[in-house]
Ligand binder design. Structure first.
Ligand code: FES
Ligand code: FES
Length: 260
């Protein structure tokens, strides 16, 4: 058998791991690391990418080595494991996750809901926006463990069977995207933003936050401000604003693009 295919680590390889990350060795071996993973890690280390032992340990412990089922068996052993029960798009989901796992990773990697995108993973682009209890959140900055008992809605849960959500319809009508990478986050953000405005919640451009009574009036400029946390690298902003304005006003908004 090719030595790369041999599943077990040799004693020398274990010793190397023990030197590199003595405190994490037993955890690493418990998670089923085999020679293939070992060689990959050593390649990363040689390239200077393995900046810190803890980063590797975290990767090993937060990311499943093999595809995990949506409902995890109770036998999974993680030192930092927490059980989380929450509703995702109306369905109760129960997961055993590392306490450090973000909601974005849980949605994408454990529940196969890949609509929410990982753009920056640092809370700067908005591509990962979902709704938790009706409020828009950046799922890359939200711990799964903090969602216990809450209701999460993602882009996958907006349409009702074959009927798109009005915001999805409007984005299609107004061509509110090009590559589409930011679009799930834009749409989730827009849906929650209209609810915020309806409740009269202030924004950065509200003239007097002490006098916010009743729903906010959304000019195009105010929509731009309230959506400023969602970046579109394709620059589809005029079309995105037109789509949101149409859903907000309930009246047709002139399309800002021309088909050739
Ligand atoms: S991926 Fe969450 S804000 Fe960019
Ligand atoms: S449509 Fe491409 S990033 Fe927004």
């Amino acid at each position: 058998m090719d030595e790369h295919e041999s599943p077990e680590l040799t004693e020398d390889e274990k010793r190397l791991f023990a030197n590199l990350m003595p405190e994490d060795l037993s955890e690493i071996l418990d998670t089923g690391v085999n020679r293939r993973h070992f060689l990959k890690l050593m390649t990363l280390a040689g390239g200077g990418i393995l900046a810190a032992q803890s980063a590797v340990a975290e990767q090993l412990l937060t990311r499943p080595l093999t595809p995990a089922p949506a409902i995890e068996p109770a036998s999974v052993s993680l030192d930092n494991a927490v059980n989380v029960s929450f509703k995702v798009n109306g369905t109760v989901r129960k997961l055993t996750v590392d306490s450090r796992m973000t909601l974005l990773d849980a949605l994408r990697e454990r529940l196969d809901l890949t609509g929410s995108k990982k753009g920056c993973d640092h809370g700067q682009c908005g591509a990962c926006t979902v709704m938790v209890n009706g409020h828009r959140v950046l799922s890359c900055l939200t711990l799964t463990a903090s969602c216990e008992g809450k209701a999460v809605q993602t882009i996958e849960g907006l349409a009702k069977n074959d009927t798109l959500h009005p915001m999805q319809d409007a984005f299609l009508k107004h061509d509110g995207f090009q590559c589409g990478f930011c679009t799930p986050g834009q749409i989730c953000s827009a849906v929650a933003m209209l609810d915020e405005a309806k409740k009269g919640q202030a924004s950065y451009v509200t003239q007097n936050v002490r006098q916010t009574t009743g729903p906010a009036r959304l000019s195009n400029e105010e929509i731009r401000e309230r959506m400023s946390g969602n970046i579109c690298r394709c620059g589809a902003y005029p079309n995105i604003v037109a789509a949101i304005q149409e859903v907000y006003s309930g009246k047709p908004v002139e399309q800002v693009f021309r088909s050739v």
